[in-house]
Design a protein around this ligand. Structure first.
Ligand code: SF4
Ligand code: MG
Length: 333
């Protein structure tokens, strides 16, 4: 069956005089209608650049999609014109960012900004646009929307602004919603409310969602599948249940141990020692090896391929597959 989104071999690089930064370095991804995929990794792993690549918003120059295809509803987005991309962004794909102030315009009321979506993209007359704006604000849980539409973004709380941004993103009834760290700036209670709101809306509109986060806990409830990214590459790709019950990649293990938890003291949160490597200088072999407690000699020399396991997991690690098994036997003896 045809997927809504089918990405193959995507490489998004940044070129400076001295170096080539491989922000996204050969990623495949499929997403069906109504599915939610979580893309997880620390910041600098390439997950935001994935979303900008899909949105056609890679800053260029110095950035460029150098290889691969992004098939969306049967069309390769890497090959369409700028004006067609703008049309798709306003109607078929929309995005929610971490900080709503960057995408809400501070000088216009939220009502005017919402109405513009309906007037500009859906060509509705003003009166109907206003009715729709009120309706969608109510839908995202904003009380007294008739009076709220006259307010400016800075008159709203962070959680309210995030709701307005979700309303804006949904106003065009997109096939695909990309949410990049949509709750990171919010406190825990509001975070939970926003995630609940997104899953309600998903159920109602059958929107496909890509949810990007550094926190595996955030995607646990919402995503059917999870892709773990590190240093521009997919390290593990599996069903959410499998990721949580039987994580394969050492990096996934570390992310699971890092899920903030009220029972866990804050100083235990940094479960993964070390930092994300600079994309200017990726480590040799497995890009995770300097931080991996299982590293074997082969890990320093050869980069593992992404391999398919029997339980439908994909993993990039020498611990799995024949060569890795051989290596751990030799290391053990
Ligand atoms: Fe660790 Fe080696 Fe697996 Fe990389 S390939 S994650 S270094 S065990
Ligand atoms: Mg990011």
């Amino acid at each position: 069956d045809e997927k809504l989104l089918d990405i193959k071999g995507l490489k998004t690089y940044f070129f400076t005089e001295e170096v080539t930064v491989r922000a996204v370095d050969g990623v495949d991804l499929q997403l069906g209608k109504g599915e939610t995929l979580g893309i997880v990794g620390e910041s600098g792993c390439g997950k935001s650049m994935m979303s900008l690549s899909i949105m056609g918003l890679v800053p260029s120059p110095p950035g460029k999609i150098v290889e691969g295809s992004i098939n969306f509803k049967g069309k390769d987005l890497c090959k369409i014109s700028g004006s067609e991309y703008r049309r798709i962004r306003g109607n078929e794909i929309s995005m929610i960012f971490q900080e709503p102030m960057t995408s809400l315009n501070p000088v216009f009321t939220i009502g005017k900004q919402l109405m513009e979506v309906f007037q500009y993209h859906q060509k509705l007359p003003k009166k109907e646009a206003k009715e729709k704006a009120v309706k969608i604000l109510r839908l995202v849980g904003i009380s007294m929307p008739e009076s709220r539409i006259h307010e400016y973004p800075n008159q709203l709380s962070g959680g309210m602004r995030q709701r307005v941004m979700i309303a804006m993103a949904l106003a065009c009834n997109p096939d695909l919603l990309i949410a990049d760290e949509p709750t990171t700036a919010l406190d825990v209670t509001i975070q939970a409310q926003i995630l609940k709101l997104m899953s309600d809306l998903k159920a109602e509109f059958n929107t496909s969602i890509i949810l990007i986060t550094h926190n595996l806990g955030v995607v646990a409830e919402m995503a059917e599948k999870i892709m773990v990214m590190y240093a521009g590459k997919v390290m593990e790709y599996a069903d959410t249940k499998t990721i949580f019950n039987n994580p394969k990649h050492p990096y996934t293990e570390g992310l699971l141990d890092s899920i903030p938890n009220i029972d866990k003291p804050v100083e235990r949160l940094s479960a993964i020692p070390g930092t994300v490597p600079s994309p200017h200088h990726f480590p040799t072999g497995c890009r995770f090896h300097p931080r991996c407690k299982y590293a074997m000699p082969v890990c320093l020399e050869k980069e593992p391929e992404l391999i398919h396991l029997e339980d439908n997991t994909q993993v990039r690690c020498w611990k799995y597959g024949e060569e890795g098994a051989h290596e751990s036997r030799t290391t053990a003896s």
